[in-house]
Design a protein around this ligand. Structure first.
Ligand SMILES: [Zn+2]
Length: 235
């Protein structure tokens, strides 16, 4: 046995890992959340209102060909705790786990089998430097592993450091992210004729993702699919 795996065993013996949300002892070492907490998060159905509204909006945008999501984002719910810890406390294992769940869901539905690469929604370089990582990149890695395709984190650049969108409505959000993204010139030949899966942690109105999809389509991408770990439920 390697010394570092021995240390992990010793640590887990002395301090058994507990579920991040309910503090129950964890049986699976690869996770920070117990199965019953994962199962308590509301799943996104295939034909509910929020999905229908977003599908329609995306279809009308003409730049997004298909869309899927895994969980509903509830205020003060388990998922909000996970997403916040992923974003602000660097508990990046949740990014990979969300990605795996989403990837398995996509694989089970038989969706997106023709994808060439996965693209995480990029952060502005200042925000990325401040946080040290891009949470959507971790989710993308989990999905890419399930779909067996590469992740292209540098294909799209966020050139505008946009203001927080939490208080903006649909139109204001669209205005806010207009012209916020670009493809570096050296990357343009990679885009033409390809099918990409854009990945975000939480989708609210879809304005950001539409803005990115438009840039990719304008550069000659063949199809753009969208997947998010979570979805804000419409009232
Ligand atoms: Zn739990």
């Amino acid at each position: 046995m390697r010394f570092d795996s021995f240390l992990v065993l010793l640590r887990d013996f002395l301090f058994p890992p507990l579920c991040f949300s309910c503090n129950e002892k964890l049986s699976d070492q690869g996770t920070r959340l117990c199965l019953s907490c994962w199962n308590s998060i509301e799943r996104v159905g295939d034909v509910d209102r929020t999905v229908e509204v977003l599908r329609k909006r995306f279809r009308e945008s003409g730049v997004i060909d298909e869309f899927t999501s895994c969980y509903y984002f509830e205020h003060d719910g388990v998922l909000q705790k996970i997403v916040h810890s992923l974003k602000y406390q660097a508990i990046t294992v949740f990014g990979r786990e969300l990605g795996q769940h989403l990837g398995k869901e996509i694989a089970a539905r038989g969706n997106f089998t023709d994808v060439n690469a996965v693209i995480p929604v990029p952060l502005h370089k200042l925000k990325r430097r401040e946080r040290g990582y891009n949470q959507s990149e971790f989710i993308s890695k989990g999905i890419a592993k399930e779909l067996n395709v590469p992740v292209f984190p540098s294909l799209i650049r966020r050139k505008k450091n946009t203001v927080s969108q939490t208080r903006l409505n649909v139109e204001e959000r669209e205005k806010n992210v207009e012209d916020a993204f670009e493809i570096p010139k050296t990357m343009l030949p990679v885009v033409a004729g390809k099918i990409f899966l854009l990945v975000d942690d939480v989708i609210t109105t879809g304005a950001t993702i539409q803005s990115i999809a438009r840039v990719l389509k304008n550069a000659g991408a063949k199809k753009i699919y969208v997947a998010s770990a979570a979805l804000a439920k419409l009232e």
